[in-house]
Design a protein around this ligand. Structure first.
Ligand SMILES: Cc1ncc(COP(=O)(O)O)c(C=O)c1O
Length: 407
């Protein structure tokens, strides 16, 4: 006996990739480089280890679901600084909860927000297509109908939720928005965020804004949904923002993040998490609070990503649809057939990348999978290793392009 909703999910992209590459070996003498997973390999800041060592007595305590007051205060202060929020706009006790990584909390958000029915029908959950795979799994496992909203090149790599069919909007319980977007690196403007919030309030659904790449950007700091709420001036209703230290501070293993927003939803989230949410150990929370309070290491981190993107621009120029992502650390390259290119890159260059089709779906309206012709390349290694891997990739891609040209 098991929950048959699970049958609505494909294997997770990394399992699919392992199956695709099974039996293929990288070339002998070449050091393999894994660029399929967005797992930052920059050195974590020293501050982390210093503060982690300061609270050994706290390992003997069960951490409270709502975290430590100090952690919530550090997060609220960071949000206020980063987004220029008016004083008191975000109350650490009413609007903020710690989460043990945003991934798990983004999944749980659907259990929080999706009712059994909305307006007498099965609820919908909107998400961009391509999308972070957790959104789809969360929607399906909560019993909602996932609605995939095009976020391909033609729509500027962002979804237009106002254009969703009115029947699907009326039964909408929740919409995921990812900015900067994984995989395309697009950043939603403040106006887009304001429109999305207005739409959520009009149709009474929850806007879940996934902002975990917010601190990795090319030029200007991306706007955020908390900022959009402040500008709209009507509080935080219908909005939940998720962020984490995984990318900002290069500590994906720390599992330290937060959710902030609508006070009623936060109170309900706290109740739900008390029953089954993962919590952060108190010594981890203390270290994480110190990291939210420090911006120096974040600026260093950003500089390194920018240098690597410069190198990538030098290597690719405008070939394979290369563009500089406005945010995040992925290249989203248009290579023709993502799966066969991923195989060629592993076999010939020893570089592992993710076929874009694994991050998107063909929709029931007969649209082709909008990620099919892409590969996603995570620039997560040090600068030298990244440049070397990209150079090897380019050689292979040129070879693939030559052999697939009409003879
Ligand atoms: C778009 C997006 N959201 C959320 C996450 C989750 O990150 P974490 O759980 O480390 O906070 C990731 C991780 O890769 C991601 O790409």
């Amino acid at each position: 006996m098991y929950n048959t909703r699970l049958d609505g999910l494909t294997e997770y992209p990394f399992q699919r990739l392992a199956a695709l590459l099974a039996g293929i070996e990288p070339p002998p003498g070449v050091s393999p480089v894994i660029m399929s997973i967005g797992e930052p390999q920059h050195a974590p800041p020293d501050l982390l280890f210093k503060v982690l060592a300061q609270n050994p007595h706290d390992w003997g305590k069960y951490p409270p679901t709502s975290g430590s007051p100090d952690y919530r205060a550090a997060v609220a202060a960071w949000c206020a600084r980063r987004y220029g929020l008016p004083s008191g706009f975000l109350d650490p006790d009413r609007h903020v909860l710690p989460v043990a990584g945003s991934r798990e909390a983004l999944f749980m958000a659907a259990q929080l927000c999706v009712p059994p029915q909305k307006n007498g029908r099965t609820p919908t959950v909107l998400m961009p297509n391509p999308f972070y795979q957790v959104y789809f799994g969360a929607a399906v496992m909560s019993g909602a109908d996932p609605i995939l909203v095009p976020a391909a090149k033609a729509s500027g790599f962002l979804p237009n939720y106002a254009g969703v069919a009115s029947g699907d909007l009326e039964r909408c319980a929740m919409a995921y928005l990812c900015t900067p977007a994984n995989p395309q690196g697009t950043v939603a403007s403040l106006d887009l965020l304001k429109d999305a919030i207005r739409l959520a309030r009009k149709h009474d659904f929850v806007l879940v804004s996934d902002e975990c790449y917010s601190e990795i950007y090319a030029d200007a700091p991306p706007a955020g949904a908390l900022e959009a709420c402040a500008v709209l001036g009507e509080g935080l209703s219908n909005v939940l923002v998720f962020n984490s230290l995984s990318k900002r501070s290069s500590v994906p293993g720390l599992r330290a993040g937060f959710v902030a927003g609508d006070a009623e939803l936060i109170a309900r989230f706290s109740k739900l998490r008390a029953h089954g949410g993962a919590v952060q150990p108190l010594p981890v929370m203390a270290a994480a609070a110190a990291l939210w309070r420090d911006e120096d290491h974040v600026a260093d981190n950003r500089r390194l990503y920018r240098a690597k993107t410069d190198d990538a621009a030098g290597i690719f120029g405008d070939s394979f649809g290369f563009y500089r992502p406005a945010g995040g650390f992925f290249l989203w390259l248009d290579v023709g057939d993502g799966e066969s290119v991923a195989k060629a890159l592993w076999r010939e260059a020893g570089v592992k990348v993710l076929p874009g089709g694994y991050l998107a779906r063909a929709t029931s309206q007969g649209r082709d999978n909008p990620g099919r012709s892409y590969i996603r390349v995570a620039l997560v290694h040090d600068r030298e290793r990244t440049a070397e891997a990209l150079t090897r990739m380019k050689q292979t891609l040129l070879g693939v392009a030559r052999t697939s040209l009409p003879q």
